[in-house]
Design a protein around this ligand. Structure first.
Ligand code: SF4
Length: 319
């Protein structure tokens, strides 16, 4: 499989008046062309900051991002235009990412003009109509409406149509279903899966919702306090996760059958809340919440180790 995106030892630190926030603290992964790679973890794990660096909203503090083997470890304004065109993003809350007072035609049409993908206004209208059809919204009903007149699922479909307008290869999906009810979530997930097949898209799916990950991702990386603690193919991770933090996340997913219940890891109850990124614990950064922590976990940071094909874990006990 071709590696479309490679991330190496990526870091993003923010200076604040309270101190240095280590939002992303040295992560490495790759995404193959045509796959869906999920980044999961609680709020504050650094997954969204990672997505924002890939799309170019922030330049990294250090480390590298390679897209089709081009080093793009800079802000989007310094990247070649053909690369910014190919990497698009869909945010969690379409109501705040779409201008409420503009017509849908103009919202979807703007990127077409920015990237010179149309020659005249007739072409804009035709192309926007095609994109609306692509996301299963009848153009005659939506072209001249405004975001404030629409519901959450319709808005997210329009945000997806806008992302598709530039013919992207990689789409960062940053919690795209978190603000939606369960039925609308399922519709958006089905839409994303259909579009992926139709356009050979590659997705980076960022979420805290593991039930959604099971239906969409081929591989998953679990993040905790700015680090990746476990990576594996989705089925392997759901059936045999090895890091206590992953076990904690996976054991709390609702199941619908006895078979699924039997496959779930033993229930792990962690102690307390995720610490602040301003004061990351020494040693294993999960030790303050880990029920299996030993003396060395408090002083010695575990490195990522391969335990079998494609399955990597950072835990002293998993070794
Ligand atoms: Fe828990 Fe120690 Fe493993 Fe960290 S290294 S997850 S504290 S057992």
């Amino acid at each position: 499989m071709n590696e479309l995106l490679v991330v190496k030892n990526l870091k993003k630190y923010f200076k604040t008046k309270f101190g240095l926030v280590k939002a992303v603290d040295g992560i490495t992964f790759h995404i193959n062309e045509g796959e869906t790679f999920a980044l999961v973890g609680e709020s504050g794990s650094g997954k969204s900051t990672t997505g924002h660096m890939i799309v170019g909203m922030y330049a990294p503090t250090s480390g590298e991002i390679y897209y089709k083997m081009n080093n793009i470890s800079v802000h989007a304004s310094k990247r070649p235009k053909n690369i910014t065109r190919e990497i698009q993003v869909v945010f969690q809350d379409p109501a705040s990412s779409l201008n409420p007072s503009r017509y849908i035609k103009d919202i979807i049409g703007t990127p077409l003009k920015v990237y010179n993908l149309i020659r005249n206004s007739t072409e804009v209208e035709q192309k926007v109509a095609d994109l609306l059809e692509n996301v299963e919204l009848p153009p005659e009903l939506y072209m001249y409406r405004k975001p404030r007149e629409l519901g959450g699922g319709e808005l997210q479909a329009i945000a997806i149509a806008r992302a598709l307008s530039t013919n992207p290869k990689l789409i960062i999906l940053d919690e795209p279903t978190s603000a939606l009810d369960v039925i609308t979530q399922a519709k958006i997930i089905n839409l994303l899966l259909n579009l992926q097949k139709k356009h050979n898209l590659t997705y980076l799916f960022i979420t805290h919702d593991l039930a959604v990950v099971r239906n969409i991702a081929s591989r998953v990386a679990v993040m905790y306090l700015g680090k990746i603690v476990e990576t594996a193919p989705t089925i392997e991770l759901f059936n045999h996760c090895r890091h206590p933090y992953s076990m904690m996340l996976f054991s709390s997913i609702p199941v619908i059958s006895e078979d699924e219940k039997n496959l779930k890891p033993k229930k792990i109850t962690s102690i307390g809340e995720i610490p602040s990124s301003l004061s990351i614990p020494p040693g294993c950064r999960f030790h303050t919440r880990c029920p299996y922590a030993e003396a060395r976990c408090k002083v010695e940071e575990p490195s990522l180790k391969h335990i079998n094909s494609g399955h990597i874990v950072a835990c002293h006990l998993a070794e």
